[in-house]
Design a protein around this ligand. Structure first.
Ligand code: GDP
Length: 313
């Protein structure tokens, strides 16, 4: 990911090296190249415009100081602007002072929510937490079973609807293979959280249903679950490979359900990076985690500064 962007930006910035001072024309030319690099990486147009305008303004206004030559100064500005667009400071997951902390996952079908639930549980366990996964995706055939499989891999317990029962819920230990049952996802979510409270799980991860596209019923169901369990964090899970569409989808979820953070999945795909670079600025919500593969370990806290360094090489 970011290969083309990285290559282009590094090339552009390398061209400035060796120049004693930068003329306005040098800065304009650099700004144009940065613009093209960002557009090619599928970054949303308003984000590109803001990024280029700020970089240009800062480069033109930069004092020539003793420590950095003009080219280094531009590199520094681009780096700082990348960090800022990616969210600035690392935003950590917020835990409730009164456990359990409730984390709800929302996103389109196929965005990687269920896979992420397992990764998140695995990560939470590595941080000393005792997570409970709650299976509220009762729409997609086998979603409950899939969550039980990832839960088992992560060594986390899954709370799933009772097969065939509409409002019952019960927990399945890692290793059990319950069949999907029809139930009310709002009720399952509520019971899952109550179960966590009873059994002293300190974090609840609620997996919700997604559709292939944004639709009203999906939003209503997610909003109903949100109202029922009042999550401490609602994480919007988005497949980085969908590029520009990530922004429109994020806006729809922000308006329909609301979320407190973003998780980027499939960063290992041949994504050009546009989603990562756009979603923070467009939605105003931070990226909390990044996921880049199918293994449980392919997951980490998102660090804007490290990502910016990766882009600039
Ligand atoms: P859900 O419908 O949102 O629950 O999505 P799933 O968790 O079922 O994921 C959809 C597909 O994407 C599955 O085939 C996953 O194995 C795959 N997947 C999920 N996360 C990643 C990732 O970070 N990288 C890659 N390459 N594939 C992923």
């Amino acid at each position: 990911m970011f290969d083309t962007l990285s290559e282009r930006l590094s090339g552009t910035l390398a061209n400035l090296r060796g120049k004693g001072r930068l003329s306005e024309a040098d800065i304009d030319a650099t700004a144009r190249e940065i613009r093209i690099a960002l557009l090619e990486a599928d970054v949303a147009l308003p984000v590109v415009r803001g990024f280029v305008a700020r970089t240009k303004e800062r480069a033109k206004g930069a004092e020539v100081s003793g420590a950095l030559n003009p080219a280094q100064q531009v590199v520094k500005i681009v780096n700082e602007e990348l960090v800022s667009v990616l969210g600035g400071e690392t935003r950590r997951l917020r835990f409730s002072k009164e456990p359990p902390t409730v984390i709800m996952l929302a996103g389109l079908q196929g965005s990687g929510k269920t896979t992420l639930a397992g990764k998140l549980a695995f990560w939470l366990k590595s941080q000393g937490h005792t997570p409970l996964l709650v299976a509220c995706d009762l729409q997609r055939p086998n979603a409950v079973t899939q969550l039980q499989i990832v839960g088992e891999r992560a060594g986390a317990t899954v709370f799933a609807p009772h097969p065939g029962a509409s409002a019952a819920g019960h927990q399945t230990q890692p290793g059990s293979a319950e069949r999907n049952g029809v139930g009310d996802p709002v009720d399952v979510a509520r019971r899952g959280v109550a179960h966590a409270r009873d059994k002293m799980y300190d974090v609840v991860v609620v997996d919700t249903a997604g559709r292939l596209g944004v639709d009203e019923e999906l939003m209503r169901q997610a909003a109903d679950i949100r109202d029922a369990v009042r999550p401490d964090e609602t994480l919007f899970v988005v497949d980085a490979m969908i590029g520009q569409d990530a922004v429109a989808t994020a806006e729809a979820f922000r308006d329909g359900v609301g979320f407190t953070g973003v998780v980027l999945t499939k960063l290992d795909g041949d994504a050009r990076g546009g989603a990562a670079l756009s979603v923070r600025e467009v939605t105003g919500q931070p990226i909390l985690f990044a996921s880049d593969g199918e293994k449980l370990e392919n997951f980490d806290v998102f660090h804007p500064d490290r990502m910016a360094s990766r882009i600039l090489g």
